[in-house]
Write a protein that binds this ligand. Structure first.
Ligand SMILES: [Zn+2]
Length: 221
């Protein structure tokens, strides 16, 4: 073994002891960013489904019920800076999109613009970037947020729709004959995605939606 190799091995060992990789699902020390146990649990719960919006005609392909392990991982992804979570979540979402939209060609993939100013990064954009790489479809920022609003998860069903009204604007004026896929983490009532889709449709696009997880609505009522 060369001195350089020995040095690198010692360096990795020291890194592992002092800065061990922890699983994004259970916080246990793990060789990978997600341990086998958590990965298997996700595989077991992966069940792509078409979810209807509570507010509009919009339907959306979604991979998991928002509960248990996936809920924990999405929470860590959004609020604890575990950006690696986007790798595994986007892989599941890619499989679901390929299955559901087998014969559908997309001109671009887009995301919900940054939710709130206190967020360090836009999780919707990170997911969309990975999906774009996986499917080899360009990612485009088609929407921008034109005013601030309250956080959706604290509001009732009817308040949610009102809260997102007029919040987004299409960046380009003309999207005639463009098929656009929006990616996001969770669909709850569908208010945000419906509003984004409406803006894109105003510019002539045909819109498709996909999320990692969906909330079972009756649990909210
Ligand atoms: Zn784990």
């Amino acid at each position: 073994m060369s001195i350089k190799k020995i040095y690198n091995n010692i360096k990795s060992l020291i890194n592992f002891i002092f800065f061990p990789t922890k699983c994004i699902g259970c916080d246990e020390v793990s060789k990978e960013y997600i341990c086998n146990k958590c990965k298997k649990e996700l595989e077991k719960n992966f069940c792509p489904k078409i979810v209807e919006s509570y507010h509009s005609e919009l339907s959306c392909i979604s991979c998991f019920v928002y509960q248990n392990k996936v809920k924990e991982i999405i929470h860590n992804f959004k609020f604890k800076n575990h950006r690696n979570a986007s790798l595994i979540l986007s892989n599941f979402l890619t499989i679901a999109i390929e299955k559901k939209f087998k014969n559908q060609k997309f001109d671009s993939i887009t995301f919900v613009p940054c939710y709130y100013p206190d967020e360090k990064y836009n999780h919707s954009e990170i997911l969309a970037e990975k999906i774009s790489e996986n499917l080899e479809i360009p990612i485009k920022k088609h929407l921008k947020k034109i005013r601030e609003n309250k956080k959706q998860h604290r509001l009732s069903f009817s308040e949610r729709q009102e809260n997102v009204k007029g919040v987004y604007q299409c960046v380009e004026g003309n999207l005639q004959n463009k098929n656009i896929l929006i990616c996001d983490d969770i669909i709850t009532t569908g208010a945000t995605l419906s509003e984004c889709a409406k803006e894109l449709e105003k510019s002539g696009a045909k819109v498709f939606c996909s999320t990692v997880a969906y909330t079972i609505l009756k649990t909210l009522e």
